[in-house]
Write a protein that binds this ligand. Structure first.
Ligand code: CAA
Length: 283
């Protein structure tokens, strides 16, 4: 079945920017979150992102207007009944994600595909909490979504080949490159990225170098566009910690133990750019 209308649950950093690339690619998007104020701010950010494309001559004024007309926001999950593909992009907590799928499923027809943008939680486990494990898949986007080409496509144990195809088609038509990855903790991206970020936090904690020193080594010596600590601030230190906990608990291997400095920084409410303070200050 061809996807035309996508329901996105969660209008935060990932949800709103997934909405942006989808309306830009011709999809109708229903963006859902619990507060209208949050949704209004998401629309503002999407409009800003599309304006940037107009300024850079990547989009005409008219195409931007059409894209914005394809976007509707709603605080009522029942309004997502019009969607033929649902993408969940709420907080990286199992209970929150399960709750969201339970809330929306009564309004969805049998052909509707559910996707989770989880960065580490088992797709098989999430799928099993719904009535449609064969039409459930992981679609893992990367921040900043308009710039990063990758989408990890993660089938669960019961995901059907038709669901995989539909998810890959959606990613490709939104200008992304899907890479199929099996359902394992952290998939490939965060199995590699998060231990690097965690180890960078250990280097900082043990005084091997200061934050700028750690980041400069990786930027100047390894050509990484950002150092691991500034990247952690971009991703959100709470998100990094949650993913390290999933790796640690899933593999039960001490090499994934979250760095105490990462935990302490999160406990202090220093979550990175979004709170104005993480490993660096942004005020
Ligand atoms: N949102 C939208 N667009 C953004 C952006 C943002 N937050 N930040 C930068 N951009 C755009 C800029 O507008 C610019 O585009 P145009 O000029 O063509 O309009 C382009 O990106 C390049 O930006 P800059 O020239 O300002 O900066 P840069 O060359 O240093 O690139 C960057 C910025 C793309 C963020 C680059 O530093 C980078 O690739 N960093 C690594 C990002 C990364 O690793 N992301 C993955 C995180 S992991 C994840 O998301 C998944 C997970 O599960 C945790």
């Amino acid at each position: 079945m061809e996807t035309k209308t996508v329901g996105i649950i969660g209008a935060g950093t990932m949800g709103h920017s997934i909405a942006q690339i989808l309306v830009r690619s011709g999809y109708t998007v229903l963006l859902n979150d619990v507060s209208q104020q949050f949704l209004d701010s998401a629309v503002e950010r999407i409009a800003k992102g599309l304006n940037r494309d107009v300024e850079k001559n990547r989009l005409t004024d008219e195409a931007r207007e059409q894209a914005l007309r394809r976007l509707t926001t709603t605080t009522r999950v029942s309004d997502l009944e019009a969607a033929d593909f649902i993408i969940e992009a709420v907080t990286e907590k199992l209970e929150a994600k399960v709750g969201v799928f339970r809330a929306v499923e009564p309004y969805c027809g049998p052909g509707v595909i559910f996707a989770s943008n989880t960065s580490s939680i088992s797709i098989t486990r999430l799928a099993a909490t719904t009535q449609r494990p064969d039409r459930f898949i992981g679609l893992h986007f990367f921040n900043p979504v308009p710039v990063m080409k990758l989408v990890e496509v993660v089938p669960g144990l019961a995901t059907s080949p038709q669901t995989v195809e539909a998810a890959e088609r959606l990613a490709t038509s939104a200008g992304k490159t899907p890479v199929r990855v099996n359902d394992a903790p952290g998939f490939v991206s965060n199995r590699l990225l998060m231990p690097m970020i965690n180890e960078a936090a250990y280097c900082l904690m043990e005084g091997v170098a200061d934050a700028k020193g750690v980041d400069d080594v990786m930027k100047l010596g390894m050509n990484h566009p950002m150092g691991p600590l500034e990247l952690a601030d971009l991703i959100g230190l709470d998100v990094c910690l949650d993913i390290m906990k999933v790796l640690y608990e899933s593999f039960r291997d001490s090499k994934y133990r979250p760095c105490p400095l990462l935990e302490k920084t999160v406990n202090a409410g220093r979550l990175g750019r979004k709170t104005g303070q993480g490993f660096y200050g942004y005020r």
